[in-house]
Write a protein that binds this ligand. Structure first.
Ligand SMILES: Cc1cc2nc3c(=O)[nH]c(=O)nc-3n(C[C@H](O)[C@H](O)[C@H](O)COP(=O)(O)OP(=O)(O)OC[C@H]3O[C@@H](n4cnc5c(N)ncnc54)[C@H](O)[C@@H]3O)c2cc1C
Length: 401
């Protein structure tokens, strides 16, 4: 029977990052991934893009994948402009105010995954199981016995669920979670605009939901994330191209002029999920398997990468102990759970405050935006928070800051 120090289920961005962190410290790692192997194509622009924080950049530097991403295609953004569609409230962030070269980066999923996959292929202490799934597992003494759907059984000191929002490991472990369905879907697409994006991440809060234009490497192309109620989303996905461009221009107040071209549109249902337990003996959840948040602040994968970095650090520090014990895994849970719950709550709060049409709420939020915009100090604090460089961070991030 194959044995691994750590068996990670789900080779998404978060699972692969944890694998790289552990492999670099000579852990013997297995990854079970449901999808078949396919080379990541970075020639074509990917519809799935992510706003990455500085902390995520440092995690990728640690895993020696950042240079490959930079050599491929990343788009730093220097400004962020947020405004309320129902008033005069607006706020503008500029990286120069905190003496940083950028506030973050827009990076395509294919670029991230290609760099991670390339890095993982350099390790002999990694075994990939794909396209396969876990059917069941049981705790036997000091190991977890994990049964795959091809009949193979693998033993491991620690099983990690990293298979995203619909984690089967979480289900098999009977871990409860609290869920909120926003009743909304986010439409993503790549859009060519008449005016250049000015290396700015734009976000307009409409009563129907937030609309973000995120700058891509070509200064006339942005990736959009447009959250609206589900029936509205399905209608927007089905609209013909010219009609869609007209609705999008109006929703974005023609901020970057006319919409000239657009890619295919895809809609993602929006739910928030917070698990009550991150760990059990010889089992841990990371990334979307542990929490899913509204994408309005582009935090989901950034939180997952922090989980990977934190769990990695806890395991590395306990490498010479029995690191699958709950007492060790609890260090990871205590470190990450509060922060993730707070972020999920903050996204929920933002979504509700900006969706409220009562005049006092509208007045208050516009006043709040303008007040914050006029306070240099408050803006500096928010920018550092948004870069995820505040709080109790794993050492592997701190050593770059
Ligand atoms: C519209 C939208 C925009 C977003 N924008 C941002 C953003 O700008 N910034 C940001 O930080 N986050 C963003 N997010 C959130 C981000 O997409 C997620 O947080 C992130 O993808 C989670 O990564 P993960 O690796 O945990 O899970 P996933 O990306 O879901 O990866 C899971 C992996 O597990 C595999 N898998 C699934 N089931 C099984 C199984 N049973 N067995 C084995 N393998 C399995 C899958 O094939 C996949 O490879 C956005 C989300 C949405 C919906």
């Amino acid at each position: 029977m194959q044995h691994h120090d750590v068996l990670i289920v789900g080779g998404g961005m978060v699972g692969n990052t944890l694998a790289a962190i552990l492999l670099q410290q000579n852990f013997n790692v297995g990854i079970v991934e449901a999808s078949p192997e396919k080379p990541w194509d970075t020639e074509q622009a990917d519809l799935r893009t992510f706003a990455l924080t500085r902390a995520s950049e440092y995690i990728f530097r640690h895993t020696q994948t950042w240079d490959a991403m930079q050599a491929s295609r990343i788009s730093p953004y220097e400004h962020m402009h947020v405004w309320d569609a129902t008033g005069t409230g607006e706020i503008h962030f500029d990286c120069a105010d905190i003496h940083e070269p950028s506030l973050g980066y827009i990076v395509e999923q294919s670029v991230i995954q290609k760099a991670l996959t390339q890095r993982l292929s350099e390790f002999e202490n990694l075994t990939m199981y794909r396209p396969l799934k876990v059917e069941n597992f049981e705790l036997t003494g000091k190991t977890m016995q994990v049964h795959l759907n091809n009949g193979e059984t693998i033993s491991t000191q620690l099983l990690v669920g990293a298979e995203g929002a619909h984690s089967y490991i979480r289900y098999l472990a009977g871990i409860p979670y609290d869920m909120h369905d926003y009743g909304q879907q986010a439409i993503v697409a790549n859009i060519k605009t008449e005016l250049p994006h000015q290396f700015t991440a734009w976000q307009r809060f409409l009563p129907t939901g937030p609309l973000a234009f995120l700058p891509l490497q070509d200064k006339h192309w942005c990736s959009i994330v447009w959250s609206v109620d589900s029936p509205h989303a399905l209608r927007l996905v089905d609209l013909d191209t010219d009609e869609f461009h007209k609705e999008l221009e109006a929703a974005f107040e023609h901020k970057l002029g006319a919409i000239l071209e657009s890619s295919q549109r895809v809609a993602f249902p929006l739910q928030s999920r917070v698990v009550r337990q991150y760990v059990q003996p010889r089992l841990a959840l990371i990334g979307d398997a542990a929490h899913t948040v509204h994408p309005l602040a582009g935090q989901g994968v950034n939180l997952g990468l922090l989980d990977a970095a934190t769990l990695g650090e806890v395991l590395i520090n306990a490498k010479h102990e029995d690191f699958g014990q709950k007492i060790v895994l609890r260090r990871y849970e205590r470190w990450r759970k509060g922060h993730n719950v707070m972020m999920a709550g903050a996204m929920y709060g933002f979504k509700n405050v900006f969706g409220h049409s009562a005049p006092p709420v509208k007045w208050l939020r516009n006043f709040g935006l303008n007040l914050t915009n006029s306070s240099g100090l408050a803006k500096k604090v928010i920018m550092r928070q948004a870069m995820a460089l505040e709080g109790d961070l794993p050492q592997l991030i701190k050593c770059f800051d």
